[in-house]
Ligand binder design. Structure first.
Ligand code: NAP
Length: 287
């Protein structure tokens, strides 16, 4: 039976590491990292997400600001506010909470973020840097997946990794991070013809499709690592993309939902903000 990968405990370790560095910075007379979260409209789920980011960043001693804009905000106004944050010396991280209300263009909004402050790693400069293997800010959930994978001690180099989902937020960057670590990566999506065969051949499975129970337990190769990114509400319960109980009987390591990848995302956002702060001090990412 698989070892359950404890995302809550690992997220706590990441927060402790970040918190220690922030405390050391303050003791050395350096300023704390600064994060601004930008929320447009009043979507309840988005309010919960930005609330969590605010709480956790404050708890670690960050300068943390919440910018709440009305649903009536125009694209030009939103981009103007994002650029203002980009110009401020005390802010290292700018997070625009997605999705935006209908009528606003998320891609254009992301383009308005200074890439050096793009702590979600979604700006084309950062996505391109990931693609090219250059330094840059990486998307938070994929970073969380890699960190959880590393807790297993399983060798990534040479492993066959199957990523299900190809979004710019999760699937593509996870695949690039795995490739950068010398895994042999297969990217699956809704047009993949034999997902079962792909999963059955995988040493590492990362499921990020947003389809409950898509990955059948019986498909999982004995001894594989299963990282389940999916967050689906089924009859009021949060479930992943993997049939957990059945997969846990075959995998060597598996993340639960909830309590797996979910808690890692905000922890990695905090780490990205600290890294953006340090990189800006070194004078990187200008121009
Ligand atoms: P997304 O943009 O909707 O992308 C879903 C991807 O899954 C697409 O590439 C799609 O393929 C693929 N897919 C859909 N049905 C499939 C099927 N039957 N077989 C194979 N592939 C299929 O979603 P996302 O933003 O990447 O998020 C994916 C999941 O992760 C969601 O459940 C989301 O809630 C969760 N998530 C969790 C966290 C966290 O913090 N834990 C963070 C972000 C997202 P096509 O490209 O062909 O359409």
């Amino acid at each position: 039976v698989a070892r359950i990968i404890d995302g809550r405990a690992e997220a706590e370790r990441v927060r402790a590491e970040v918190g220690r560095t922030v405390a050391q910075r303050k003791a050395a007379g350096l300023r704390p990292p600064g994060l601004v979260t930008i929320l447009v409209g009043d979507d309840p789920a988005s309010q919960v997400y930005v609330g969590r980011k605010q709480r956790e960043s404050r708890a670690l001693g960050f300068v943390s600001e919440q910018l709440t804009l009305p649903t009536s905000t125009t694209q030009a106004q939103l981009e103007g506010r994002i650029r203002e944050c980009g110009a401020r010396a005390d802010l290292d991280g700018i997070l625009v909470q997605l999705p935006l209300p209908p009528g606003l263009d998320a891609d254009a909004a992301v383009l308005a973020i200074d890439p050096a402050k793009d702590v979600d790693g979604l700006h084309p400069c950062n996505q391109g840097a990931l693609f090219l293997g250059l330094p840059g800010l990486r998307p938070c959930t994929p970073l969380g997946c890699m960190r959880l994978l590393d807790t297993t001690g399983v060798e990534v180099r040479g492993a066959r990794a199957v990523v299900i989902g190809r979004s710019a937020l999760v699937g593509k960057p996870v695949a690039m991070l795995l490739l950068a670590r010398d895994a042999t990566v297969v990217m699956c999506h809704s047009r993949t013809t034999d997902l079962a065969a792909q999963v059955a051949a995988a040493d590492i499975v990362v499921a990020a499709a947003g389809r409950p129970g898509l990955v059948r337990g019986a498909w999982v190769k004995p001894g594989a690592v299963v990282i389940d990114v999916g967050m689906n509400r089924v009859e009021g319960k949060l479930v992943g993309d993997v049939e957990f109980a059945e997969a846990a009987e075959r995998a060597a390591h598996i993340t639960p939902v909830p309590g797996g990848v979910g808690p890692m995302t905000v922890a990695m956002l905090l780490r990205n903000t600290l890294e953006a702060c340090e990189a800006r001090e070194r004078g990187e990412g200008k121009g």
